[in-house]
Ligand binder design. Structure first.
Ligand code: FE
Length: 214
C-alpha cells in the first residue's frame, strides 16, 4: 500500500516537471521568433510607429541637416508622387521613408517638395518634369517615384527637397546623395548624413531616407 502511494506521488511529480519544462521551452521559442523578427526589420536605432504599424523605423532624433537650395528651384510644383514623365532619362528609383519629429514620432500631413536633374544631369527649367510635392500619410510615410539623377557641372548626383511639418513651421532645405560614388568626395555640399540607403530589387532601385524636422 505504502509502495503504491509512493509510486503514485512519484508519477505525479514527473508529470508536473514535464509540464513545467514544456511550457518553458514554448516560451523561449516564441521569444526567439520575436527577436528574429525585430532584428530583420531594424538596423541601428529604431522605434515603432504610432503603435499602429509593425514596421520599425530608423530615427536618430537629430534634425536633418540643411544644405543650400541651389539655383534650380521652381515654386508651385504639382502635387504628385510620381515625378518622372514617360521617357525621362535615368534608372527608376522608388524613394520612401518617414517624416518624424525629434522624439521620433511620425508626422502625418508633412509637406515635401522634391526637384532634381534627370539621368543625363539636366533639370527641366521650363516645366515640372522631376518636380513635385506631396504630403505624408497618416503613418508619416512618403513615397516618391523618380529616377537616379546624374552629376552635372561640379555637382555629385543629388535630389533636392524642402520639408516642413506644416506651413507654420521652419522649412528644411536639403539634398539627398547616392552612396558609394567617387564624385561625392569632391563635392563641397555632400554630407554623408544625407546619403540615401540604397538597394537593388527586382522592381528597380529602392531608396530609403527618414527626415527629422523641428
Ligand atoms: Fe542641383
Amino acid at each position: 500500500m505504502k509502495g503504491s502511494i509512493l509510486s503514485l506521488l512519484l508519477a505525479f511529480g514527473v508529470l508536473l516537471a514535464a509540464a513545467y519544462f514544456s511550457s518553458r521551452t514554448l516560451g523561449s521559442i516564441n521569444l526567439e521568433n520575436q527577436n528574429d523578427k525585430s532584428s530583420n526589420e531594424s538596423s541601428s536605432s529604431s522605434q515603432n510607429v504610432a503603435g499602429e504599424s509593425t514596421e520599425v523605423v530608423d530615427c536618430s532624433g537629430e534634425i536633418t541637416p540643411s544644405v543650400t537650395e541651389g539655383p534650380y528651384y521652381i515654386a508651385n510644383s504639382p502635387e504628385e508622387t510620381d515625378i518622372s514623365e514617360p521617357g525621362t532619362k535615368g534608372e527608376q528609383l522608388t524613394l520612401t521613408g518617414y517624416v518624424l519629429d525629434q522624439n521620433c514620432n511620425p508626422l502625418a500631413n508633412a509637406w515635401i517638395d522634391f526637384w532634381q536633374a534627370d539621368g543625363d544631369g539636366n533639370y527641366d527649367n521650363n516645366g515640372y518634369n522631376l518636380r513635385g510635392h506631396q504630403y505624408t500619410d497618416l503613418e508619416g510615410r512618403y513615397e516618391l517615384l523618380t529616377v537616379i539623377p546624374a552629376e552635372y557641372e561640379n555637382r555629385t548626383p543629388h535630389i533636392h527637397l524642402k520639408v516642413a511639418k506644416n506651413n507654420q513651421t521652419p522649412l528644411i532645405n536639403t539634398q539627398l546623395f547616392i552612396p558609394g560614388l567617387d564624385s561625392n568626395k569632391n563635392d563641397s555640399i555632400y554630407n554623408d548624413d544625407l546619403e540615401i540607403q540604397l538597394e537593388d530589387s527586382e522592381s528597380g532601385m529602392i531608396g530609403k531616407f527618414n527626415f527629422v524636422v523641428d
